[in-house]
Design a binder for this molecule. Structure first.
Ligand SMILES: [Zn+2]
Length: 339
């Protein structure tokens, strides 16, 4: 199993750079979560750990210590630039050459990200950053556009472009470690050892328990969270029996419910292009009109689709946006569609 460590820059009390109504910490997390999703949906043979998967404060030392202790094979730190300029650049530690392992990995990452990101290429650079210096494995730090540059910031507000940036990172990682593609994206069969006879790329260490699987995708594997997931997939009265865990594993991998309760199963929400704006609410306030301070613009993007991260109130779902986790109202009187 290749161990990939994703480090969304900043977080919690450290916003990182700010500009054009964006905070770096939210954009880096959105990109990192997308990288994780793409890798887990399309590739196999890897494990992912994240320095943070929520808007939390994590020190630089805690990040590199965590990656070092875990024994990561690659440390990828994701940032947004600021301070005058435009475009994409990436860094390896100043003591390293482009000919070494870290340099070769970076070359591949650089090529794949530039292919996808729709950002000007500012080149391959070196610096003595903490995460590059204190990590004990090859490490890269990517600076994905300038938050204080109007055109770059406009791109960073587009979910589609964040997805492209994430795709570039994911393809780079897959190429560096020659991860094999899953035969059918999201299908549970690619984890089923009986279906993998003859496939040379499969690691010997199969993921067979729901706990292992949740850990491998960096999700909370506690009983409480499994019970919550079980509910969301329509598995009633979850007590953690082997049969329920098998059911839950299948459901979580495929994104499909274990029964026909399609309403509970919907995991994504689509806001159609016919909607010019869609109010969002910070997650710590009641989602009523007066508490909305920012809107999405589905019409500007030909519609927007988000993963449903939680359903804190009836007809209210939590999604990850360029401004962090937000709640939106998706009641039957709106044109939102569950996918
Ligand atoms: Zn940063």
């Amino acid at each position: 199993m290749v161990k990939i460590y994703l480090d969304p820059g900043h977080g919690g009390s450290d916003t990182g750079a700010v500009g054009q109504g964006l905070q770096e910490k939210h954009v880096t997390l959105a990109i990192a979560l997308k990288i994780r999703n793409i890798l887990n949906n399309r590739y196999q043979g890897h494990q992912i750990r994240m320095s943070r998967s929520t808007d939390s404060t994590v020190s630089l030392a805690a990040r590199t210590n965590d990656a070092n202790q875990w024994g990561a094979d690659y440390f990828i730190s994701i940032h947004i630039n600021a301070g005058g300029g435009a475009g994409y650049e990436d860094y390896i530690h100043s003591n390293l050459s482009n000919q070494g392992t870290t340099g070769k990995y970076r070359q591949i990452m650089h090529e794949e990200i530039i292919k996808q990101a729709n950002l000007q290429n500012r080149g391959r650079k070196q610096a003595n950053f903490h995460v590059l210096r204190e990590s004990s494995m090859p490490a890269i730090l990517t600076e994905n556009g300038f938050i204080d540059h109007a055109a770059d910031a406009a791109k960073l507000k587009s979910d589609t472009i964040l997805e492209q940036i994430a795709l570039g990172h994911a393809r780079g990682i897959a190429r560096v470690f020659q991860l094999s593609a899953k035969s059918s994206p999201g299908s549970s069969s690619s984890f089923n050892s009986s279906n993998n006879q003859g496939k040379t790329s499969i690691s010997k260490k199969q993921i067979h328990s729901v706990v292992d699987y949740l850990k491998s995708i960096g999700e909370d594997s506690s009983f409480t969270n499994r019970a919550r997931l079980a509910r969301s997939y329509g598995i009633s009265n979850y007590t953690g029996t082997a049969a329920q865990n098998t059911c839950l594993l299948k459901a979580v991998k495929s994104g499909k419910p274990s029964n026909n309760s399609s309403k509970l199963a919907a995991r994504r929400i689509h806001l159609p292009a016919s909607a010019s704006t869609w109010r969002t609410y910070p997650i710590n306030v009641t989602p009523v009109k007066k508490n909305s301070d920012w809107s999405l613009t589905p019409a500007a993007f030909g519609g927007l689709t988000y993963d449903i991260l939680a359903e804190p109130y009836p007809n209210v779902v939590t999604i990850q946006t360029g401004r962090g986790r937000r709640n939106i109202y998706i009641g039957p009187d709106t044109s939102a569609r569950r996918l």
